[in-house]
Design a protein around this ligand. Structure first.
Ligand code: 3PG
Length: 405
């Protein structure tokens, strides 16, 4: 578990606290309305609420979308959602560090909450510039920096890594909770430990599998979704035109050499589907791997695979699931995702799930309460599972060690 300060270590009353959260939410490209408030609720009900209740003057920093993309919108709606979630007034200014923002910060009273503008409206935010004008001018007005944005901690952006050098800094409750849950599976997982890797992108699957096998974290890696397809190809299987084309499009076929090497080094520890479900004339049809290639698109793992994977999940004491094993959005192809997630939910093991599609599937199936920990992160979680050091976490650790020195 990384070593950093938490909200328990700081006197918060009357202090101006800059709290970096990850409010980045899916947005309807037409109406520009936020489609899901999970992240706003998570930060609001924990860190922001606690800061406000402890009498801090809370200044919320967050990003939404990427400049030029349809989801790049101001944080007004986020502030309104936060106000609704907390049941108390939340101020908002459409300014990040100009006069308007600075005056609003100076006017804050104990316990009040202010949301500033989308940090990415500031062009330097996404560059590795910690001593930027934005950071300097806000740090001047603040007493404490809290980073609660685990889901954005893989970005070396000014609002993530800039303030820790200038202000006493601590992790917020979501940051703390995420790292605690992840450390539980990555540092000392109860064995057997099973990783289930699926989803519609396969580019990180080799790095994650390699990291968790080489470091004695996972006993078994179960592959499904596009990861399953790629690993099958690495064993010499031709999946058929539509499926091979998809992998080609993602430019992941170059990974097959490394995957084969990994599978040879850890015999029997990386499982690939034994059978698959294809969409033939609008219907689900199952094929054994021996029956491939197919002219139809593969959308799910087959029944034999589901049975084998479910058995391994049942025996596990730690489970990580990142990416659904099939295209569960199509009702005929939900079976693999449903059965595996139900097996995870029924297990006594410590289970950790992450990634937007996995979390959406868990919610759709009504299983949220039965998974031990659901991460709010996407990219940051993937990088953590690959063994990468996250700049936002490293900055908090550096700040804590400076304080002790
Ligand atoms: C996320 O949603 O994964 C984080 O908010 C990071 O967003 P980004 O990929 O646009 O940096």
């Amino acid at each position: 578990m990384p070593k950093f300060l938490t909200l328990d270590d700081l006197e918060l009353e009357s202090k101006v606290v800059l709290v970096r959260v990850d409010f980045n939410s899916p947005v309807d490209p037409e109406t520009k309305k936020i489609l899901d408030e999970t992240r706003i609720r998570a930060h609001g009900e924990s860190t922001i609420k606690e800061l406000s209740e402890k009498g801090a003057r809370v200044v919320v920093l967050a990003h939404q979308g990427r400049p030029g993309e349809p989801d790049f919108i101001p944080l007004k709606q986020h502030a309104e959602a936060l106000e609704r979630i907390l049941g108390k007034p939340v101020k908002y200014v459409d300014d990040l560090y100009g006069e308007k923002a600075r005056n609003a910060i100076k006017a804050l009273k104990n316990g009040e909450i202010l949301v500033l503008e989308n940090t990415r409206t500031y062009p330097e935010e996404r560059k590795k510039k910690s001593k930027s004008e934005f950071v300097r001018s806000l740090a001047e007005l603040a007493d404490i920096f809290v980073n609660d944005a685990f889901a954005a901690a893989h970005r070396s952006h000014a609002s993530i890594v800039g303030f820790t050098a200038l202000l006493p800094s601590a992790a917020g409750r979501i940051m703390e909770r995420e790292l605690k849950a992840l450390s539980r599976v990555l540092e000392s997982p109860e064995k057997p430990c099973v990783f289930i890797l699926g989803g519609a992108k396969a580019d990180d699957s080799l790095k994650i599998s390699k990291y968790v096998l080489e470091n004695g974290i996972a006993d078994t890696v179960l592959t499904g979704g596009l990861t399953g397809h790629l690993f099958l190809v690495a064993t010499g299987v031709d999946l058929g035109k539509p499926n091979m084309e998809l992998l080609e499009k993602q430019d992941v076929l170059k990974l097959t050499g490394g995957i084969k090497e990994l599978m040879d080094s850890y015999p029997g520890r990386v499982k690939v589907p034994k059978d698959v479900a294809v969409e033939a004339d609008g219907k689900r049809r199952e094929l054994s791997v021996g029956e491939l290639p197919t002219e139809y698109p593969i959308y799910d793992i087959g029944t034999e695979t589901i049975e084998e994977y479910s058995r391994l999940i049942e025996e596990a004491k730690s489970i990580v699931i990142s990416g659904p094993p099939g295209v569960y959005e199509k009702p005929e192809f939900m079976k693999g995702t449903k059965m595996l997630l139900e097996a995870v939910a029924s297990s006594e093991a410590f289970s950790l799930a992450g990634g937007g599609h996995t979390v959406a599937a868990i919610e759709k199936l009504g299983l949220s309460e039965r998974i031990s920990y659901i991460s709010t992160a996407g990219g940051a979680l993937i990088e953590f599972l690959m063994g990468e050091r996250l700049p936002g976490v490293a900055a908090l650790e550096a700040a804590a060690s400076r304080k002790q020195a």
